[in-house]
Design a protein around this ligand. Structure first.
Ligand SMILES: [Fe+2]
Length: 368
């Protein structure tokens, strides 16, 4: 992976020095609401580069907000982008980089993506999405999720500074950590897994299990490991993409207004149970026995000796974090089942029909 990673507590304080290696003279700083809590304004103000701030977007970024960012990037003559924030800020920055070299006359999402050489730096302020190490970005067009993919949006430089996690609210810490854990698990069982991606998954899941409690209790060394684990999980999905739990989560996030990591995590136990019982429907060319072995490896990384106990362990983690499934109406269950993107299900190791999805949602969610 062609990416430079700089890590360490308070390493952001040296942003001026780091920027010497970064080609930008007029930088667009894409940041979210976390910026005002980070105490970085002074560092940014001292930079010799001209900084154009862009924060005109919300979580799960809207396409038209991204377009405004592209307009400002062009209008101000920016030559580089720094993303400072959670996954949405990084995704917006990636899209601005990519769209800035396309025609503004047509919908960017309908154009063929070409390589963009605009330098991009990512500074994650959450430990979860791993977006800083992937070639994907999520953007919503008329409330429909689009996954933008281009090798050129992989950030050139990543700063992993765990001091930035200090101000993160506990619920956000929980949801983002669960997102990273799900990335590690889903990538591990994905039909696209490779030896390299599995090694990243193993590192991510093991480190998350080892350090999560310390992280939630504010221990700095644990936060450092979790930030790195989330990055490993990001590298894993950069190779494999995510699977059914993510596919099932997107509509759930918008319908129930819950964070992405929360929505994905509540889908995992029932999905895993279903897949374990239905390895006969395995679509991974490596076969059902291989998949069962992978399920065992994941359970081991969760600290358990059997798949059943591994699934139970995951449920207990959710319980201990007070992450519960939302309630939906009967009609919503059908809406959810038919919303799942068939393309994304192709990465899943076990075939799932719309009826299977409906049954899974019934088991996962509370019906009102
Ligand atoms: Fe995710």
């Amino acid at each position: 992976m062609k990416q430079k990673i700089i890590s360490g507590y308070n390493v952001c304080r040296n942003l001026g020095e780091i920027l010497n290696e970064f080609a930008g003279r007029k930088i667009m700083l894409v940041c979210d609401s976390a910026f005002k809590y980070l105490n970085l304004k002074e560092v940014i103000d001292r930079l010799p580069n001209i900084i154009i701030n862009f924060d005109g977007f919300k979580p799960n970024p809207d396409y038209y907000d991204v377009c405004k960012g592209v307009e400002i990037f062009r209008g101000c003559g920016c030559d580089s982008v720094i993303a400072l924030g959670g996954g949405s800020a990084i995704d917006v920055a990636k899209c601005i980089k990519l769209f800035s070299v396309l025609s503004p006359q047509k919908n960017y999402l309908e154009q063929n993506f070409v390589e963009s050489n605009v330098p991009l730096m990512a500074i994650p302020t959450t430990a979860g999405t791993g977006s800083e190490s992937t070639k994907f970005a999520v953007v919503y067009f008329n409330e429909k999720k689009f996954s933008v993919e281009s090798a050129s949006i992989l950030p050139d430089i990543v700063i992993l500074d765990h001091s930035l996690l200090n101000t993160l609210p506990l619920y956000q810490k929980k949801c983002t950590l669960l997102d990273a854990l799900c990335h590690g698990i889903e990538s591990w069982w994905s039909v696209n897994s490779t030896d390299e991606s599995i090694e990243y998954s193993r590192l991510a899941v093991t480190e998350i299990m080892r350090c999560k409690d310390g992280y939630f209790n504010g221990i700095s060394a644990a936060a450092e490991r979790i930030l790195l684990a989330a990055n490993y999980a990001g590298r894993a999905i950069n190779i494999t993409k995510t699977t059914a739990a993510h596919a099932m989560s997107y509509k759930l996030t918008s319908l129930c207004a819950i964070p992405h990591g929360h929505a994905v995590a509540v889908c995992i136990p029932q999905l895993w149970k279903f897949m374990y019982r239905n390895t006969g429907k395995c679509v991974d060319g490596r076969g059902a026995d291989y998949l069962t072995g992978i399920f065992k490896d994941i359970a081991n990384a969760l600290g358990e000796d059997s798949v059943e106990n591994g699934i139970e362990k995951f449920e207990k983690i959710l319980e201990s974090l007070l992450i519960t499934a939302p309630s939906v109406s009967k009609n919503d269950l059908q809406v959810l089942a038919s919303s799942v993107n068939a393309q994304r299900l192709q990465n899943n190791p076990v075939k799932l029909s719309e009826e299977d999805l409906l049954n899974l949602y019934k088991k996962i969610l509370k019906e009102i």
